[in-house]
Design a protein around this ligand. Structure first.
Ligand SMILES: [Zn+2]
Length: 91
């Protein structure tokens, strides 16, 4: 599998580190204990298209949001994660 980094171009998978599902959002400060537990520990195990966070440690050291089909490993979108820039690159 190869990932097209929006800053470096197409690179080998070994340059990247997988963090996990990009969908969970941090609950508000007044959210209950159950909401925090869900955010920290619970993840969906999706068989299909999902958004994931990847870190390009072997390149620009940017956090990326990758939209990937977990069954075929087809990548449909790679963009900078929130706070890492606004550039967006389609596959
Ligand atoms: Zn990069």
């Amino acid at each position: 599998m190869r990932i097209v980094c929006p800053f470096c171009g197409e690179r080998e998978l070994g340059e990247f580190t997988y963090l996990g599902d990009a969908k969970p959002q941090r609950p508000s400060a007044d959210a209950g204990e159950d909401a925090v537990y869900d955010y920290v520990y619970l993840r969906d195990n999706i068989a299909g298209v999902m958004s994931e966070h990847w870190y390009h440690g072997g390149g620009c050291r940017a956090w990326l949001k990758v939209t990937r089909n977990t069954l075929t490993h087809e990548i449909s979108l790679v963009e900078a994660a929130a706070g890492a820039g606004a550039r967006q690159v389609a596959k």
